[in-house]
Design a protein around this ligand. Structure first.
Ligand code: ADP
Ligand code: MG
Length: 415
């Protein structure tokens, strides 16, 4: 089908004309579509049967521009191919942790997927102090499996490069390169910040050691094709309920450093932690929620590291360090040391790269709702200053971290 932008009428015809997607509905005439507005980049429709409301699908379509800005900002529709490929690969590598894909059409830049009817985007409930006790367990399984099984630790060099060649995603990488790693820390017309933190923002932009470290982190992001990363894994890309966790919206995915994904989650949990100094006046309630967030960050890292290592021991089949390489007196211990060193570097990358995500949210193009929704400018500034302090220290100190406790201690020191 030739590309055309769908609306709430044509999207229904599109889905019912395809036998595979039409088969989701027992009463096709009762299917109605509505567009859900919070998509920044794309059109997202919910198609739902009025007769059988449990029968529903999501249709996501890329438009040839950045939706939040408009047609003046062209953006390749190819992003929907990366999203479809990534979602389908997630289902193979970490089953049940992303929405199922029912159809994908490249010419139309459309993905038809499972409607997560019982889930919420994680960001809002975290502001409302809801807890998701299985989240760290689920997300660590997702991250360990997807990152390990798309890396040189598991795949042969040929298989990995073949997969990587299908994820060369220059246009969406450019968005992160600009808006996470450069523009927020220099004069740039789209930057915004709370006028009350102008001093802190200028201090960041003039901090020599910080700028050197951010440049190194940007180079890592741009050049280390370590594994297939989601590359936009903030708490708005995770849908949850107390029993289940799903990763959505992998249109930015490409082969980059593993720590960027784990770090995006860590820094978004840290921003949520700090936002409660404004959202939650009652100290007891606030401390309980902040304690839950620290426990979640700790478990996420520790479970990830444990699962990643276990996968590696079980299947060291990749190009990087073959079994035979360790076949010598002391080789087993050497392999254990190598794994420990490798995983420690992921930890350091997690907090270095993750801190760029939280720092940019304080002074770049887009904030996060956790902080942006604090109406009182003074209260918001005091949250933003804390986030700037933690992010700055994570960036300056991450290369010396030995365990997740080193990162968490900084959070509790900068309250
Ligand atoms: P964009 O890439 O345009 O930002 P998202 O993939 O983030 O779009 O989707 C926008 C919103 O649509 C999400 O925040 C979520 O509320 C909703 N959404 C997206 N995918 C699903 C899904 N599979 N099931 C339920 N809701 C979804
Ligand atoms: Mg998106």
């Amino acid at each position: 089908m030739e590309y055309q932008i769908l609306d709430t009428t044509t999207v229904v015809a599109y889905v019912l004309n395809n036998a595979e997607t039409a088969s989701h509905f027992r009463d096709p005439l009762s299917v109605k579509a509505r567009e859900i507005g919070d998509g920044n980049l794309n059109l997202v429709f919910i198609l739902q049967s009025e007769t059988f409301p449990q029968e529903a699908l999501i249709v996501k379509q890329a438009v040839p521009y950045l939706r939040v800005v408009g047609e003046s900002w062209p953006l390749s529709r190819e992003r929907m191919r990366f999203e479809a490929q990534a979602l389908m690969l997630y289902e193979q590598l970490a089953p049940g942790l992303a929405p199922k894909v029912f159809a994908y059409e490249e010419a139309m830049s459309i993905v038809v997927m499972e409607y997560l009817i019982e889930h919420q985007v994680m960001r809002q409930p975290l502001v409302a102090r809801q807890k998701f006790p299985l989240f760290a367990e689920h997300l660590s399984t997702f991250l360990a499996n997807v990152l390990f099984k798309t890396s040189d630790l598991y795949l042969t060099g040929l298989a990995k490069k073949d997969l990587q060649s299908r994820f060369i995603n220059p246009h969406l990488c450019k968005i992160q390169e600009d808006f996470v790693f450069s523009n927020p820390y220099m004069e740039s017309p789209e930057n915004k910040h709370n006028p009350l933190i102008t001093d802190e923002v200028s201090a960041v932009r003039q901090n020599v050691e910080l700028k050197l470290a951010i440049a190194n982190l940007k180079e890592k992001f741009m050049t280390q094709g370590q594994a297939l990363i989601h590359s936009d894994l903030h708490t708005g890309s995770i849908m949850v309920n107390p029993a289940d966790t799903r990763i959505i919206d992998p249109e930015f995915s490409f082969f980059g450093p593993m720590g960027y994904d784990i770090g995006a989650v860590m820094s978004n949990l840290m921003m949520n932690y700090m936002s409660h100094f404004a959202h939650t006046a009652d100290a007891e309630q606030r401390e309980a929620h902040q304690g839950y967030l620290l426990d979640t960050m700790r478990s996420l890292w520790n479970l990830f590291a444990f699962k990643f290592d276990a996968l590696w021991v079980r299947a060291n089949t990749g190009e990087l360090v073959p079994e035979l390489y360790w076949q010598f007196e002391g080789g087993e211990q050497a392999f254990a040391r190598y794994r420990e060193r490798y995983i420690r570097q992921i930890l350091r990358d997690t907090f270095g790269l993750g801190a760029c995500e939280s720092l940019r949210r304080m002074m770049g193009l887009v904030t996060v709702w956790d902080v942006g929704s604090i109406e009182n400018a003074e209260a918001r500034a005091s949250v933003e200053r804390r986030i700037i302090r933690v992010s700055t220290r994570w960036i300056l100190e991450h290369e010396s971290f030995m365990s997740v406790e080193d990162a968490l201690r900084i959070v509790t020191e900068e309250v």
